[in-house]
Design a protein around this ligand. Structure first.
Ligand code: NOJ
Length: 551
């Protein structure tokens, strides 16, 4: 399809991240290079040319550090090494060098809210006496009642089950996630120094930036006595920013940490970047991307918005306005390794909670996957037309759906175990990628993968889609190629294209139109350069997006 060939692309510069497309690699599930059924760094290295061909600017690698893998590696036992399952530091260096030579930047995950209980800091803390400097690395409190046998508070962890665990001497430690993920004490300057050293370790190796896990959780306001659960929801809703002014989340104190980190990032040439996984409520998110703080913060309000033009338009306006108030741009995201895949999620009726749907093994309500995929493709064009950066989660470029019916005996997410099998958790969006239409793991590696792939994914394999100009992969390739020519803008202009239609112009050039109605609509005037599905006779079918430029 013809594009914007005449318009020169802006030269890459130090602000590359402002309009970048960054591809999330969930390391366990991307490509298995050593044949143990689990993705690894060698596997990623081999597939980097495919990502360069896809046209992304950078990759974000989920944690590959030594870990007991209780939470897929988000339980780090050593921040400055590579887990043998994933490779070695030499493999990492080689991956980084290859990525750079292909023009891809590399962002690594930093997990500062908690460590693994296998981390030496925690081992030392448990063995040290109460009140010691070692215990000060974590959040220990005396238990209540006789001999401290009762927890300091009745809080529930985000993954289910109690949030306090005893260590045997009357003290308990806080873990907002799994028991094996004790929360660090960021009121302790020693913890801050440790992390500044960890940042420099990876920066000195040449990484281009960090994705900061649970960025809104580091600073906690813990008053004595601790409030009871009735007064304080310590659950998914609080974590996801649905409860405002919560003593555990999004405290003003986190910003001091990120201002300090920004200074460190800026001492490198070219300056390195950081993106916050902050589920702060939308009106508080922009504080994370003030000029002297982080570069990006995932816009989860966009991810959470249902397939509805009014909801999406409100989120887009609000996000642009909030980010603009601090001179920044939003960072758009519709998927990651923690949420139901868009090709399934957008097929759900708006009132259905994706987690509840998962708990029914994806049987209730029944969804129409063809519609879901069509909407996911349209959502991709919508996202990629907006001003600012976008993150693409591996497999979305293949239009993969959530694998909602995984058998219980393969589920690895701690949520499944900690809720006593009530909540299925996030494995369904982490099933290893299909690269080829055949083989024991559809090209993921030489043996069966750690989670089984649905047989219908053979048709969705990367190599199959690459040959098909109508595939979701070809759509993403084309969208990313065209996007390189979009001049950076800070705002959109809404265009009235009829009821149940979102249409906006990006600067003078691109017009993005999305049809949410149940009928085909006439395309506005302009030259069609891309559409998410067929557009016959100047019409745009339901659940379809199109990009047009002036004739
Ligand atoms: C957010 C990560 O994306 C998720 O996978 C992890 O379980 C939690 N943070 C805890 O680290």
């Amino acid at each position: 399809m013809s594009g914007l060939e005449g318009i020169p692309a802006p030269p890459p510069d130090e602000r590359w991240w402002q309009n970048a497309v960054i591809y999330e690699i969930y390391v366990r599930s991307f490509a298995d290079g050593n044949g143990d059924g689990i993705g690894d760094l060698i596997g990623i290295r081999r597939r980097l040319p495919a990502l360069a061909e896809l046209g992304v600017d950078a990759v974000w690698l989920t944690p590959f550090y030594p870990s007991p893998m209780v939470d897929g590696g988000y339980d780090v036992a050593d921040y400055c090494d590579v887990d043998p399952t994933f490779g070695t530091l030499a493999d990492f260096d080689a991956l980084l060098a290859d990525a750079h030579s292909l023009g891809l930047r590399v962002i690594v995950d930093i997990v500062p809210n908690h460590t693994s209980s296998a981390h030496p800091w925690f081992r030392r803390a448990v063995h040290a006496r109460r009140g010691s400097a070692e215990r000060e690395y974590y959040i220990f409190r005396d238990g209540r009642g006789d001999g401290g046998r009762e927890p300091p508070a009745d809080w529930v962890s985000i993954f289910g089950g109690p949030a306090w665990e005893p260590v045997g001497d009357g003290q308990w430690y806080l873990h907002l996630f799994a028991r094996e993920q004790p929360d660090l004490n960021w009121a302790n300057p020693a913890v801050r120094e440790e992390f500044e050293r960890i940042l420099c370790f990876w920066l000195d190796r040449g990484v281009d930036g960090f994705r900061i896990d649970v960025a809104h959780g580091l600073v906690k306001e813990l008053v004595d006595p601790l409030p009871a659960l009735g007064e304080l929801a310590v659950d998914q809703a609080a974590f996801r920013g649905l409860v405002t002014d919560h003593p555990l989340w999004d405290r003003d104190g986190v910003h001091e940490i990120y201002r300090r980190w920004r200074k460190i990032l800026d001492t490198y040439r070219p300056p390195r970047i950081a993106v916050a996984e902050s589920w702060a409520p939308p009106h508080r998110l922009s504080a994370y991307i003030r000029p002297d703080e982080l570069h990006q913060a995932f816009n989860f309000a966009f991810l959470r918005a249902p397939w509805n033009p009014d909801a999406l338009r409100d989120v887009i306006d609000d996000s642009l306005q909030q980010a603009g108030s601090v001179g920044a741009l939003p960072t758009w995201v519709i998927a990651n390794h923690d949420v139901v895949r868009p090709a399934s999620r957008y097929a759900l009726p708006p009132q259905v909670d994706p987690d509840a749907w998962l708990a029914s093994n994806g049987t209730f309500p029944e969804i129409d996957l063809a519609t879901g995929l069509q909407r996911a493709r349209a959502a991709a064009l919508l996202m990629l037309a907006l001003p600012g950066a976008a993150y693409v989660y591996q497999g979305d470029e293949l239009g993969l759906e959530e694998v909602a019916d995984l058998p219980a005996d393969v589920l690895a997410d701690p949520i499944w175990r900690r809720t006593g099998g009530k909540v299925k958790g996030r494995d369904g969006c982490r099933v290893p990628l299909p690269w080829e239409p055949a083989g024991p793991s559809l090209g993921f590696g030489p043996t069966s993968p750690w989670l089984p792939q649905p047989p219908q994914w053979a048709k969705k394999a990367w190599s199959v889609q690459r040959r098909d100009p109508t595939s979701t992969l070809s759509l993403y390739c084309e969208a990313l190629r065209l996007r390189r020519h979009f001049p950076p803008v800070a705002a959109v202009t809404w265009v009235d294209a009829g009821p149940q239609v979102l249409a906006f112009r990006r600067g003078e050039g691109l017009l993005c139109v999305v049809n949410f109605s149940t009928r085909p609509i006439a395309l506005p005037p302009g030259r069609l350069i891309l559409r998410s599905d067929r557009a016959d006779g100047g019409h745009l079918p339901p659940d379809t997006a199109a990009w047009l430029v002036p004739e």
